[in-house]
Design a protein around this ligand. Structure first.
Ligand code: GRF
Length: 192
């Protein structure tokens, strides 16, 4: 099986996926990393000898043709024979047509216990809400952002003195283990 990873950021979750033995490399290999902007994730992929594709997002707001952009991302993935897609901190919300093209084959990790704290500010929102426990969720991504079927969750305590950076880092430490593990189990047909 060939996995495509979508990333925009520092790529530490991507790094964890690349370092994980995804059920044995013959079973599931990372075929390509697609980014929407120049970012550290590209360097992480290149250092691991994995192909990268920059599908640069050049417009924002109402000028952005989300459907055309999402088609470009889908093409970058199919060019590399991708069967399964893992979103690992990708900064662009993809159009519904993308999720039709890869129906039930797109996974995401979110730094909160869904359905609580959807969206880009999940860690800040959890802190501001004063919850004592938050966590992370691996789910099937659908056109409805952060709302697809849940595959795995793990709780992370909010500690006294936490700010968004310390809490997010503690959540990401869990994601780096839970996400590769869940991707492998999903690819094997063990989930949901
Ligand atoms: C992760 O917390 C993921 O859940 C969120 O973005 C973060 C990506 O982290 N959507 P990194 O850029 O891979 O370190």
């Amino acid at each position: 099986m060939r996995l495509g990873v979508l990333a925009s950021g520092t790529g530490t979750i991507l790094q964890a996926i690349l370092e994980a033995d995804l059920g044995g490399s013959a079973e599931l290999e990372v075929a390509v990393v697609v980014v929407d902007r120049p970012c550290a994730a590209t360097d992480v992929a290149s250092a691991a000898g994995v192909a990268t594709r920059l599908v640069a997002r050049t417009s924002f707001g109402s000028a952005f043709d989300r459907e055309a952009y999402s088609k470009e991302v889908a093409t970058a993935l199919t060019d590399h024979g991708v069967d399964l897609v893992a979103i690992a901190g990708f900064g662009t919300v993809l159009h519904a047509s993308f999720f039709d093209a890869f129906a039930n084959r797109v996974l995401n990790t979110h730094p909160a216990l869904l359905p609580s704290f959807k969206g880009w500010h999940a860690v800040d929102d959890a802190l501001n809400a004063g919850v004592k426990v938050t966590g992370c969720t691996v789910h099937i991504a659908t056109a409805d952002v952060d709302a697809g079927p849940i595959l795995a969750q793990e709780a992370v305590p909010v500690l006294l003195g936490d700010d968004a950076a310390t809490l997010h880092e503690r959540i990401k430490a869990v994601e780096r283990r839970l996400y590769p593990d869940t991707i492998t189990r999903f690819a094997r047909g063990e989930l949901p």
